[in-house]
Design a binder for this molecule. Structure first.
Ligand SMILES: NC(=O)c1ccc[n+]([C@@H]2O[C@H](COP(=O)([O-])OP(=O)(O)OC[C@H]3O[C@@H](n4cnc5c(N)ncnc54)[C@H](OP(=O)(O)O)[C@@H]3O)[C@@H](O)[C@H]2O)c1
Length: 284
């Protein structure tokens, strides 16, 4: 299957690397990338064909993946016009809504929207995907096989849920890094070197996440199992509960969802268009 990437940066490289590692041929991929050094890196690393600008070979690919920054999306989409009616275009750009992408592509309808997260760069990501009802199964499967090369996938019934995916798993790695920073800082305060505190903290997060992923029990049960009455874990958890930390985390994730919705409205806003379109962005 011919797959064209428009934008050959971090995320496109991770997906291509993941696909080649699972046995797909480099000849299946073609990448449009304006940056000469980045084109050379893609050719050297993967042996894929690269182009500085889109031509008809891109337009005829079975799947076109637009992997540019959200702010570059309008220009990249406009350069792809006109597309064959049966072409499928997938965007992985945060916040770009399909209605806006369709407009920039001249009313094209074969569209899929995906929201990966940064662990995709080490093939440990999770991607939320949405395709409108008219998109054929073969196109959905093609999109799915691309994103499973960099982790797990979750298909959504409603495009609006991609704002919630952005809030939970898109921004999610930052919440985990924040918690890692805090526990590591506590380790240093309690007398460990930075290196020791890092080793203790990181392996605890990796191990606990792996245990939670493998267990049939919810995290609350796993947490209870390490919490003895009157013990050390109970003292720590009581401190967190007294500060209402769980409620604040839920507030933070909801705030990220609201911001994702606002950004979608801002990114889709045409220059000179009535700013009242921002009122589309109700909170999540
Ligand atoms: N990285 C992640 O983990 C992650 C997670 C979730 C979603 N995403 C989404 O994935 C998209 C790509 O992210 P990234 O981290 O891969 O970004 P990136 O490394 O900046 O890659 C984008 C590439 O596209 C090139 N480009 C710019 N305009 C172009 C055009 N008109 N046609 C073709 N190529 C063009 C850029 O070149 P220049 O550098 O010269 O501009 C750059 O090399 C973003 O929209 C982001 O929201 C990424």
């Amino acid at each position: 299957m011919k797959v064209a990437f428009v934008g050959g940066g971090n995320m496109a490289s991770a997906i291509i690397g993941g696909l080649i590692a699972t046995g797909r041929s480099a000849r299946e991929f073609i990448v449009v990338e304006p940056n000469e050094a980045q084109r050379a890196a893609l050719r050297d690393r993967f042996g894929v064909v690269t182009l500085p600008v889109a031509d008809d070979s891109i337009r005829l690919a079975e799947l076109i993946v637009i992997a540019v920054k959200p702010q570059q999306m309008r220009e990249a989409a406009k350069a792809l016009k006109p597309l064959p009616a049966d072409a499928t275009v997938m965007t992985i750009a945060a916040g770009i809504r399909l209605a806006d992408l369709s407009r920039w592509l001249g009313g094209h309808t074969g569209l899929i929207r995906a929201m990966p997260n940064t662990p995709a760069l080490i093939h440990q990501g999770i991607t939320g995907l949405y395709a409108p009802p008219g998109v054929p199964d073969a196109a959905r499967q093609a999109a799915n096989s691309l994103m499973t090369a960099v982790g797990q996938t979750l298909w959504l019934a409603d495009e609006a849920l991609l704002d919630a995916v952005t809030a939970v798993s898109g921004s999610g790695p930052a919440y985990v890094f924040y918690a890692i920073e805090a526990v590591q800082a506590a380790g240093e305060k309690l007398g460990f070197s930075a290196q020791e505190a890092r080793a203790l903290t990181l392996q605890t997060f990796v191990g606990a996440a792996a245990l939670a992923a493998q267990s049939a029990d919810p995290p609350s049960v796993l947490r209870d199992r390490v919490t003895s009455k009157g013990g050390t874990t109970e003292r720590a958890l009581n401190t967190l509960e007294a500060a209402d930390v769980k409620a604040r985390i839920i507030d933070a994730v909801s705030a990220a969802c609201d911001r994702s919705r606002e950004l979608g409205a801002e990114l889709g806003n045409e220059p000179g268009r009535d700013p009242a379109v921002k009122s589309e962005s109700a909170s999540c």
